[in-house]
Design a protein around this ligand. Structure first.
Ligand code: UT7
Length: 329
């Protein structure tokens, strides 16, 4: 039986490193052009960590902002879930580093790995905890430093990614609002199309069986593109259908920011006007698990979400993972 409680997002935070790499900078690094990148992806620039920086710095900044905006103190946080593929270390986890830094002394903390769908997966996990523990406050983070896993000699991937972090505080609500429904999906049958093999337990560090480029993200972009558009459309339509809604009821769609052409395809399939689909890929590139919380933060800040509005968020990523969350703001 469903708990009588719903979970809602109390407040948001975000942080990106100040360093910006433009398409023109990339023109000097690999054989590419601003025109190609803009036309094929919609990306104009991305924020990247400096060599001596770590992504936990930005996860902490985003977390602190979200806690402050929620008028809470770190002491009020019961659980921290950090969605990431690129924690500072494999051990300790990113969520533990955040827990220490913000001094959330009563919080449990774990990382969640679901690639670009990580934030939505983590939001759904938080939803389960909050509905069953209505006095809980869960800090959900999506933070990623894909620049550290990027092969800067591979023009087919290095133009795509950026670094950053977003955070949300999830708490309970007795009103029928907040998270109304979700879909979490996975399909491992095509896992080989998008990989990051080095750093797992199959190959030991500096294993000569593994070519150097396998320590970086490798992608068959065109194939991934086709799966992405198909699955995002499927999830979006299914969530609308089973909640008796049509796309016209949506105030805003926030899709994972991987490629403007994927976003445009989805917009057309859902017959949504441009102003109802949030896009910030031109500023940040694909920040994987951080993409949706950063977009949500900016959408809320721009006043695009009003109380009672229907919001749909959809994502996909390596694995493949898929996720959709339908909310009433
Ligand atoms: O969130 C993780 C999931 N990942 C994604 O969502 C990415 C999905 N895929 C994509 O976004 C697109 O497939 C890409 C942006 C990665 C590539 O765009 P595309 O239109 O699928 O290009 P393509 O890979 O089919 O390559 C077309 C041409 C090729 O040249 P030829 O063989 O036609 O001569 C590539 O070598 O474009 C070339 N190319 C480039 N040219 C200039 C590939 N990368 C570049 C580049 N600059 N950076």
């Amino acid at each position: 039986m469903r708990s009588r409680f719903y979970s809602k997002i109390l407040a948001l935070g975000m942080a990106v490193p100040p360093k910006v790499l433009t398409n023109f900078d990339l023109e000097k690094m690999v054989e590419t052009s601003d025109e190609w990148i803009t036309e094929r992806t919609g990306i104009k620039e991305r924020h990247l960590l400096e060599k001596e920086e770590v992504i936990s710095t930005y996860a902490v900044k985003a977390a602190k902002e979200a806690i402050e905006r929620a008028n809470l103190s770190p002491h009020d946080i019961n659980l921290i879930i950090a969605a990431t593929l690129t924690p500072d270390y494999l051990m300790p986890s990113l969520s533990i580093l955040v827990q220490k830094e913000i001094q959330a002394e009563k919080a449990g903390a774990f990382d969640l790995s679901a690639t670009c769908s990580g934030f939505l997966y983590a939001l759904v996990v938080a939803d389960q905890f909050v509905r069953n523990n209505p006095d809980w406050k869960v800090l959900v983070i999506g933070a990623e430093a894909l620049s550290r896993k990027t092969n800067w000699e591979d023009r087919s991937t290095c133009v795509l990614f950026g670094d950053g972090a977003g955070a949300a505080i999830v708490s309970s609500s007795e009103e029928e609002s907040g998270i109304l429904d979700f879909i979490l999906g996975a399909d491992g049958s095509n896992w080989h199309l998008l990989t990051l093999k080095g750093g797992g337990s199959t190959y030991f560090p500096f294993d000569e069986r593994l070519p150097k480029e396998e320590y970086y993200i490798k992608m068959q972009g065109r194939e991934v593109f086709k799966i992405a558009v198909r699955m995002m459309e499927k999830i979006a339509l299914e969530l609308l259908r089973r909640n008796g809604l049509s796309s016209k009821d949506l105030a805003l769609l926030i899709p994972h920011q991987a490629n403007l052409r994927i976003i445009e395809y989805l917009r057309e399939r859902l017959e949504l006007p441009k102003e109802k689909v949030f896009v910030n890929i031109h500023k940040y590139g694909n920040t994987s698990a951080a993409s949706i919380p950063i977009a949500l933060y900016e959408a809320a800040k721009e006043g695009l979400l009003k109380r009672g509005d229907y919001l749909l968020m959809v994502s996909f990523g390596g694995g493949f993972t898929f996720a959709g969350v339908l909310m009433r703001w």
